[in-house]
Design a protein around this ligand. Structure first.
Ligand code: ADP
Length: 158
């Protein structure tokens, strides 16, 4: 059985994230979506809120579970018998950093990273851009699961 992890901030989850998780769930036996707890960056949504949004969005996928982690991703992988890391690649600009991380993780723990190319309709999409547009009143509903759109509007006091 191949167990992979899709790590990230997911602040908040977008349709781009979910597209990668869905495709990973078709390729591998088990997928854990792991929200990074970053003590230096609180984010717009709390980690618990992100976990709940991911649980609702991924509720239809039987082999997907949601969790959070702090510290090194490779230590989380070791503790949970995870075989590989799955990352989405949006553009060449993602690649350089992701390649460095993949090589570091492989060197640290022998854990490989599998890259899944973003779908073209999501290649410009990031959580930070969504938050920026939403803060100025832009309509981001086409880029997010419905429950995330609602939660984001509530967060921003709309
Ligand atoms: P961001 O804040 O940039 O959205 P995250 O840390 O939450 O990033 O991203 C977690 C993972 O999801 C990363 O592998 C990232 O490349 C991937 N990802 C983020 N947005 C997209 C997208 N629109 N399409 C494909 N993959 C994505």
């Amino acid at each position: 059985m191949t167990h992979v992890v899709c790590p990230g901030s997911f602040d908040p989850p977008t349709l781009g994230h979910l597209d990668i998780v869905r495709r990973a769930a078709q390729l591998f036996d088990r997928v854990t979506v792991a929200v990074l707890i970053n003590p230096d960056k609180s984010g717009l949504f709390t980690v618990d809120e992100r976990l709940e949004l991911l649980r609702v969005a991924g509720s239809g996928w039987a082999n997907v579970t949601v969790d959070s982690f702090d510290g090194l991703l490779v230590d989380y992988c070791r503790r949970n018998s995870i075989d590989a890391i799955v990352k989405g690649l949006r553009a060449v600009s993602d690649f350089e950093y992701e390649l460095q991380m993949a090589q570091m993780n492989s060197g640290l723990a022998g854990i490989d990273t599998v890259f899944i190319p973003a779908s073209p309709e999501h290649s410009f999409l990031s959580s930070s851009l969504v938050k920026q547009v939403a803060r100025y009143g832009g309509d981001v509903s086409a880029l997010l699961p419905a429950q995330v759109t609602t939660a984001l509007a509530r967060k921003l006091g709309r």
